[in-house]
Design a protein around this ligand. Structure first.
Ligand SMILES: CC(C)(COP(=O)(O)OP(=O)(O)OC[C@H]1O[C@@H](n2cnc3c(N)ncnc32)[C@H](O)[C@@H]1OP(=O)(O)O)[C@@H](O)C(=O)NCCC(=O)NCCS
Length: 151
């Protein structure tokens, strides 16, 4: 596969909403995606397959002082477990280093075993819990990874 990492913008709105539906059952509304893709302090990266121009994966993050808060990461179900999530994340790390960030934080549903295994493989540590964090009442684990001088 010929892949390219690109910065996503408002022209990718439909594809982002679609990938969110397919992977996280619509975590964000269309309006939230619109805001995410427009606001300048948000970083949205996507993996595009060059031949088909299909969006295979995306991640979104906010810069909060010296911390990068990952708010969304997903890989199209057909392409999962082929290293694309790791690839996307390594690009985000490169980007965050260029912004001099020291930490990456994120929340993950306590029962999302797939995502927890993914983050563990990337070196994230659990540092806290937010009760009743998601719409469905489930709890979130707070994960953290130091990025300074580390890959
Ligand atoms: C989490 C997600 C982004 C991972 O993307 P991916 O492209 O499948 O992950 P990778 O292929 O890069 O996997 C990297 C490593 O993570 C771990 N991993 C990933 N998926 C896993 C799974 N289903 N079970 C166990 N370990 C897994 C493995 O250690 C894997 O390395 P390996 O394949 O060499 O064993 C993807 O599963 C996804 O989109 N899930 C649905 C959306 C979601 O839950 N997002 C997170 C919200 S917080």
């Amino acid at each position: 596969m010929n892949l390219r990492i690109i910065q996503l913008g408002i022209t990718h709105l439909n594809e982002c909403v679609d990938l969110d539906q397919k992977t996280l059952n619509g975590l964000w509304s269309r309006f939230q995606w619109e805001r995410e893709l427009i606001e300048p302090n948000r970083i949205c990266l996507g993996i595009i397959e060059l031949e088909t121009k299909k969006l295979l994966g995306l991640c979104s993050a906010w810069l909060v002082i010296d911390e990068l808060q990952i708010t969304f990461i997903a890989v199209h179900p057909t392409y999962q477990r082929r290293g694309l999530g790791k690839f996307l994340f390594s690009e985000l790390i490169k980007y965050s280093k260029s912004l001099q960030t020291n930490h990456i934080n994120l929340e993950v549903k306590k029962n999302n075993e797939q995502a927890k295994a993914f983050y563990k493989s990337l070196g994230f540590k659990t540092v806290g819990l937010r009760s009743n964090f998601y719409k469905d009442g489930s709890d979130a684990l707070i994960l953290n990874k130091e990025t300074l001088n580390k890959s």
